[in-house]
Design a protein around this ligand. Structure first.
Ligand code: HEC
Ligand code: HEC
Length: 351
């Protein structure tokens, strides 16, 4: 009898002696992946050599060591580049954090802003990869465009370990579709319609009537991590996660957890001519006349939207989404983007 079988039978024997419970075949303990079991039960130092190593089969060591090497490398990368802000245990409390306004992310809570997944989900590894490669404009999170690919993968694995429920919850992630932008996303007609969507959806409430934050009814937010946060000023600088149409689309479709809500196609399709603008004072003088032709592109009433066949509703939601992207892009003053001021980042991380 191998040591492993003996280990597996022991609890079953105890169980039968104590309570006469169901037969041990009902719970085939041997079939549990020993690597997985160690990864989830060993909550001490992630690199601690497993105390139950003697129960592993030889082949298990290869997989285990591969993972161990990766985490080991991830820890080195983390200690070198991330610990100063994100802290020894990933709680966002590194020595530099006290001097920062936007606090570094606490990786132990599993709550992330920049995701391609829906509002309640963990991000995809690719989202972390993008954030680490590009960094976040306007805050202290630097980009690491030159970091070797395998080091990024390793540090991502290491960060994931800081949130023990990652493996369980990762299976429930819902990726929000991110189609390619239409070629005419920056056309004037789209920008005009996007302006209408922006006002109708009351992005104005937090981003101001002109996108600079001026005139917003709410100006300070406490985010999911207890930090105060200002609404983004679209007119200056780069967006945090990048300025491509796809980046902007992703941001408002998935939301930024707790402060910036998510606006998907189903929400965005409900813009109608009737009732626009929703309030006085949201438009500049003469703007309603100027937007007249663009406004005629929308259904007359919200009820009319819901009478459209589903496929057309979907198309309308998509159109309004890209129009909104075009409008937000049109607000940027190209002179103030990080690229314009500092030049294109080495490694060409930002497409
Ligand atoms: C100089 C400080 C600093 C350093 C160094 C730093 N970060 Fe950050 N990081 C931040 C801040 C601040 C934020 C939060 C930005 C925000 O909320 O807008 C952040 C956010 C992040 C996020 C995004 C989380 C989300 O909500 O989507 C990831 C991932 C991340 N950091 C990973 C890393 C990794 C990996 C390293 C090291 C390779 C690193 N950071 C180094 C300051 C830093
Ligand atoms: C309840 C307030 C609120 C509303 C309503 C709101 N936003 Fe935001 N939005 C925010 C805040 C706060 C931020 C900054 C969050 C941060 O930097 O962490 C933000 C950031 C953003 C960003 C920038 C993300 C980046 O990568 O830097 C985009 C794009 C955006 N909002 C689009 C929109 C659009 C489009 C609407 C309307 C459909 C909208 N927002 C409505 C509060 C709001």
């Amino acid at each position: 009898m191998s040591r492993r079988t003996r280990f597996a039978l022991l609890p079953a024997a105890i169980c039968m002696i104590l309570a006469g419970c169901a037969s041990p075949e009902a719970e085939p303990a041997e079939e549990a992946d020993p690597i997985e079991a160690l990864a989830t039960t060993d909550t001490s130092d992630p690199l601690d050599y497993p105390r139950r190593w003697e129960t592993l089969e030889p082949g298990d060591f290869v997989a285990y060591n591969r993972r161990l090497n990766m985490l080991q490398r991830g820890r080195e990368v983390y200690a070198k580049y991330c610990v100063g802000c994100h802290g020894e245990n990933g709680q966002g409390d590194g020595p530099a954090a006290v001097r920062l306004i936007t606090q570094p992310r606490d990786f132990t809570s599993g709550v992330y802003k920049f995701r391609s997944t829906d509002s309640g989900s963990l991000p995809m590894e690719a989202d972390l990869y993008r954030t680490i490669t590009r960094g976040l404009s306007g805050v202290s999170m630097p980009g690491f465009p030159l970091m070797p690919h395998r080091d990024k993968l390793a540090v991502i694995e290491y960060i994931k370990r800081m949130y023990p429920a990652w493996e369980d919850e990762a299976g429930r992630r819902v990726v929000v579709a991110s189609p390619r932008a239409p070629a005419d996303v920056d056309s004037q007609r789209r920008i005009d319609r996007g302006r209408i969507v922006y006002v109708a959806m009351q992005c104005t409430q937090c981003h101001g009537t002109d996108g600079s934050g001026r005139g917003a009814t709410q100006t300070e937010y406490v985010d999911a991590w207890g930090n105060s946060q200002k609404a983004f000023d679209f007119t200056r600088g780069s967006l945090k996660t990048g300025n491509t149409p796809e980046d902007i689309y992703r941001t408002f479709h998935t939301g930024l957890r707790s402060i910036m809500p998510s606006f998907d196609g189903t929400t965005l399709m409900t813009v109608a001519q009737q009732g626009f603008p929703p309030q006085e004072g949201l438009l500049e003088r003469g703007e309603l006349e100027r937007l007249g032709p663009a406004l005629a592109d929308f259904p007359e009433t919200v009820a009319a939207v819901f009478e459209l066949p589903l496929e057309q509703q979907r198309t309308l939601g998509e159109r309004n989404s890209w129009d909104l992207v075009g409008y937000i892009r049109s607000l940027r003053d190209a002179e103030t983007t990080a690229e314009a001021v500092l030049g294109r980042p080495a490694g060409g991380a930002t497409p």
